[in-house]
Ligand binder design. Sequence first.
Ligand SMILES: Cc1cc2nc3c(=O)[nH]c(=O)nc-3n(C[C@H](O)[C@H](O)[C@H](O)COP(=O)(O)OP(=O)(O)OC[C@H]3O[C@@H](n4cnc5c(N)ncnc54)[C@H](O)[C@@H]3O)c2cc1C
Length: 386
Amino acid sequence: MSEADREIQAAARAFVDELIPHEVEAELHDGELPAELLEHQRRRVHELGFDAVNMPKELGGGGFSAFQQVLVQEQVGRATNALGWVIHTPASWLPQVATDEQLERWVVPTIRGERRECYAITEDGAGSDVDAIEATALRDGDGYLLNGVKWHVTSFNHADHVFFQAKLAVGPDAGAHAMFVVDLDTPGIRVVRTPAYSHTIPYHHPVVAFEDVRVPAGQLVGEEGDGMRFAYEWFRYERLMIAARALGAAERLIEEATAFARQRRAYGRPILDYQAIQFMLADSLTELWAARLMTYRTAHGIDDGLDVKVQHAHCSMAKLYASEMAGRVADRAVQVFGGRGYMRENVAERFYRELRVDRIWEGTSEIQRTIVADQLAKRGVGRLIG
Ligand SMILES: Cc1cc2nc3c(=O)[nH]c(=O)nc-3n(C[C@H](O)[C@H](O)[C@H](O)COP(=O)(O)OP(=O)(O)OC[C@H]3O[C@@H](n4cnc5c(N)ncnc54)[C@H](O)[C@@H]3O)c2cc1C
């Protein structure tokens, strides 16, 4: 870690320490905090230079290295209820393919914090198998007509534009994927329903219908047929950041469970004296360290310009291992806290629910394993792990 890395890590840690005292209030109020508090937190993010840390400096972003982003997201992961999402990371794959108009209308204002995006890829019949999407983009004069029903559109209630993935309905590339950027006030977009989820966060995941939504051709991102390429780039980035957040969550849980075990007494002694409790904490710390080394190494590989296919496998391994590790740690932490670990005011209870999705979104654990196995078959052990 360089001196600059350490400063970033310390600033992120101190900021997340400011967020943590608001967790229980958020948990008991559907994830919501008072508007003035949110405004204060946004100002702090700006003061600390944590606006759009994943975006290029020349566009106003932080221009952080992959490793520095991991350090920030690791700290973000220490808070429950998605309070850390106030450190917003826009679509980092977009600037390299965006037109001048797209840069001006969507990318730069999003970096400045004036706009916010959401993603509409998954459908009722297409999750892991993204190629099974049925949403269509039909060329119509100088634009496109978009149709489809999308599931789990995270942050729709906080966003003002959406990346909508569809298959081209006609033409030489019919059946290929295309990605569009669409303002949410465009006629034809409606929320079908807003289901409740396991976690308690202010960012909803509604089912959203797109019905004859007309957009100009200038809202196609990249070329026709590029849609899947962007999805892969985003998955790679997000998988690494999920791994980073899982590290932070596990660290917090181990610290809190250890502190509790030290002061909680049973049969006349602190429960930390009992080997059954010690072993749960020891296994947790050991697995956290392994996951941390893997995640940091993956980030350094990206910064060093490692072969992108190997990066892809490393991001999958980091996400797979770190998310499953954090799930085990949360389960043990609930056990260490005993009955208190089942109360919503307890950090272990919240993480026990919140971390579960990390084994599902941005590619399930099973999909990560298929990616790793595929790369292993193609490249062999040596190319993947040295
Ligand atoms: C809280 C939340 C937020 C989300 N946010 C978004 C969002 O903002 N935008 C968006 O587009 N999507 C979003 N998603 C969708 C998410 O990416 C998908 O849920 C995920 O990719 C899995 O797809 P699925 O739910 O359809 O499960 P399925 O693909 O139906 O999988 C069901 C089960 O089958 C297994 N399986 C599938 N294929 C294979 C295989 N080849 N081999 C072995 N096992 C397999 C899976 O691992 C899983 O266990 C979100 C999901 C959640 C829960």
